[in-house]
Write a protein that binds this ligand. Structure first.
Ligand SMILES: Nc1ncnc2c1ncn2[C@@H]1O[C@H](COP(=O)(O)OP(=O)(O)OP(=O)(O)O)[C@@H](O)[C@H]1O
Length: 274
């Protein structure tokens, strides 16, 4: 695939990278609020009276069996799927159900899909630079001299994702885990308010999982982070509050200890893993 073709695809993934002039208002409540959300696909209720609240700066883990509705929930938040009924608010000002997918993204909701999609031929630094310039208005100036504040931002993100030593290496030589961190870094370039992260540690080594746990916990506070993950060891290592989805609804919510001792959760999901 040519760089330009990849760029076009990248633009779809990172289309939130347009600065917003309409800040999110969390003074009186949560950053994300879903109430009584329902979605059916051909008569099958994939999301069933779902209620979910994420506080500003929170790190929330979402777990649940296959088909519980986790991906569909993320699709609703990002505007990819329109619910049949319910409310979805980003802060108290933005009704996400009235907004398009690119507009929701431009508010600062970044989504990390399971598979990393970095530009393998470009260096780590250039990938971050490109993420900053993904805004079509900035892209033509990409070869112009970078402003110090942009360079500083890249340095900051390189440090956060711990890839300073590999900054000038092509992304293609990175390990799977390092590519995942780079992609998280690319999302961070525009300081999103909410990051949705889908199965970040699938395919990672133990050591990479530990580093990912450090990275995600370090991001919380600065931004809100919602992590969907099946690896219970990993969830336990980062979890503050855990939400268990089952058949499109919240089955249980609380600390990892609370949910993993809940008989219903054990029955439908954790089983012998608990
Ligand atoms: N576009 C669609 N058309 C029809 N059915 C769908 C569609 N998207 C999702 N579903 C169904 O809705 C249910 C919820 O799926 P979803 O992918 O949200 O679950 P999940 O919790 O993310 O599962 P997994 O852990 O396997 O990724 C599943 O039964 C799925 O088959």
């Amino acid at each position: 695939m040519s760089i330009m073709t990849e760029l076009a695809a990248r633009d779809r993934v990172f289309n939130f990278l347009t600065p917003t002039d309409s800040p999110v208002d969390v003074r009186h409540g949560p950053i994300l609020y879903l109430e009584d959300v329902n979605v059916s696909f051909d008569g099958f209720r994939a999301i069933n009276n779902l209620n979910l609240t994420i506080d500003d700066g929170e790190l929330r883990c979402i777990i649940g069996p296959n088909g519980a509705g986790k991906t569909t929930m993320m699709d609703i938040i990002t505007g990819k799927t329109a619910p049949d009924t319910g409310s979805v608010w980003f802060g108290s000002r933005h009704n996400l159900l009235t907004m398009s997918e690119p507009d929701i993204a431009s508010l600062g909701i970044g989504r990390k899909f399971q598979k990393p999609t970095v530009f393998e031929a470009l260096t780590v630094f250039e990938n971050l630079e490109l993420a900053m310039a993904a805004d079509k208005r900035v892209f033509p100036t990409l070869t112009a001299q970078m402003k110090p504040k942009h360079r500083e931002r890249i340095e900051e993100v390189l440090e956060t994702i711990n890839l300073q030593d590999l900054r000038d290496r092509p992304a293609g030589i990175l390990s799977h885990g390092q590519k995942q961190w780079l992609e998280i870094g690319m999302l961070l370039m525009q300081k999103p308010r909410l990051l949705l992260v889908d199965e970040p540690v699938a395919g990672m080594t133990e050591q990479e999982m530990e580093r990912t746990a450090e990275l995600l916990t370090s991001l919380a506070g600065k931004q809100s982070v919602v992590v969907v993950e099946h690896d219970m060891g990993f969830v336990r290592s980062i979890a503050r509050k855990v939400t268990v989805l089952h058949q499109g609804s919240v089955l249980a919510e609380g600390s990892m200890d609370q949910v993993s001792n809940d008989p219903e959760v054990i029955k439908v999901y954790l089983g012998e893993e608990a």
